[in-house]
Each structure stands twice: as C-alpha cells, then as structure tokens.
Design a protein around this ligand. Sequence first.
Ligand SMILES: [Zn+2]
Length: 79
Amino acid sequence: MIGISIEKFTKLFIKDNSGEKYEDVVKRLKETLKRKNEGACCQVCGQSIWAIGSAIGGFDGCFKCITGESDDSGDYEIY
Ligand SMILES: [Zn+2]
C-alpha cells in the first residue's frame, strides 16, 4: 500500500466525492485509524483492517474483503 497522510487523502477523496465534507471525512478517517492502531480486525477474516476502506465502506474490513482484490500495491492507506 501507498502511505498517505489523512489530510492529503481527504483532499483527493473530496475531489471525487463532492458531496462529502472535508471535516467529516477527516474525523471518520481519524477514528478508524485509531481503531486500527488499537488492533481492530476485519469482520470477515480477522486480519488487520484497511483504515481507508473501513472508514468509507462503513464496516471494519481488510483490503481483500472490502475490495475483493488481492493486489493492494496501487491503493492508499493512511498513517
Ligand atoms: Zn478480511
């Protein structure tokens, strides 16, 4: 995964999702990242969660379970 700051990712995300508010997205990402760092697990397979996908997708999951893809090399993860 490509590491990205919450602020940078949110700016990119807002560009494609104009209905979302910057502050709301930052807040959701921060909360999810905190849960990840506290050991939150994918609800499907038990792996460490993908914070971006979990914040936006609405459930705690890892990259594979959220996207159905195995190659995460081109996707972002916040830190
Ligand atoms: Zn999973």
